[in-house]
Write a protein that binds this ligand. Structure first.
Ligand code: 6PG
Length: 243
């Protein structure tokens, strides 16, 4: 088990967002190895307020031109859809900071899912570093579903932690919506993985995972264990209520 697991808990979303901004600022600045800093953005609703905070408070602080923007997952919908993770990130952050369009690698939710998973895997292979031939993101942001899913790796998708392809197609178990998701090995090869989780509706799942309660290791998020990287849980006090 990765002993480099840390947990940070915050009273407010602003406090959590300030911490994440300072973390990103530090990691981008301290990473002098590569010309660029590769980050995979998480989706869903949690990141929106964090991205808005970054746009307001870190616009001038972070050297956005150094970032290469990818996604941890995407819904197979057009970019203008209100379900699009790209649209959410573009509206709340990317359209508000000085980052070249060429640094933004959108997952094409409108494309054929199988073709897009293959295409995007190649885009990632071509644009991020691969020390020891292992694809390594500088930072992968993850969210957590109440069912313990992360990215779009849902319960029963254990095979997505064995795949050698960095991105694969998955399907939301309730809506049957196709998704393009980062796979487990790529997550666990990252230098830094952050779970950003807020809200009381996540408290049970967070406690099951972090307190290793009965059934914890059946949850997809339990398999996130960066082998040579750091795992950081960034929670608000509501999500951390049962720790
Ligand atoms: C997505 C996400 C997914 C999300 C969790 C939490 O595309 O929906 O990648 O893994 O992070 O479902 O979603 P909320 O932030 O909306 O609770």
């Amino acid at each position: 088990m990765n002993m480099k697991r840390e947990i940070e808990i915050f009273e407010s979303t602003n406090g959590l967002s300030q911490f994440f901004g300072e973390l990103l600022l530090y990691e981008v600045n301290v990473d002098t190895e590569g010309e660029y800093f590769s980050i995979a953005l998480s989706g869903g609703s949690t990141p929106r307020s964090i991205f808005q905070y970054l746009a307001s408070n870190f616009k001038e602080k972070i050297n956005w031109e150094k970032l290469l923007i990818f996604w941890s997952d995407e819904r197979c919908v057009p970019p203008e859809s209100n379900e699009s993770n790209f649209r959410m990130a573009h509206e709340s952050l990317l359209s508000k900071v000085d980052i070249p369009a060429s640094n933004i690698f959108r997952i094409k939710g409108e494309a054929n899912p199988i073709d897009e998973a293959k295409r995007y895997s190649e885009v990632v292979r071509s644009n991020i570093s691969s020390p020891n031939l292992l694809l390594q993101f500088n930072l992968i942001m993850l969210g957590l579903g109440t069912d313990g899913h992360t990215a779009s790796i849902f319960p029963g998708n254990g095979d997505l932690f064995e795949s050698n392809d960095p991105f694969e197609v998955s399907m939301h178990p309730e809506t049957s919506q196709s998704r393009i998701t980062v796979t487990g090995k790529t997550i666990n090869q990252a230098k830094l993985v952050t779970f950003l989780v807020t809200g009381e509706n996540k408290a049970n799942t967070v406690a099951t995972l972090l307190n290793r309660k009965k059934g914890w290791d059946a949850l997809p998020a339990s398999h996130v264990d960066p082998k040579n990287g750091k795992l950081l849980w960034i929670l608000d006090n509501k999500a951390a209520a049962y720790l």
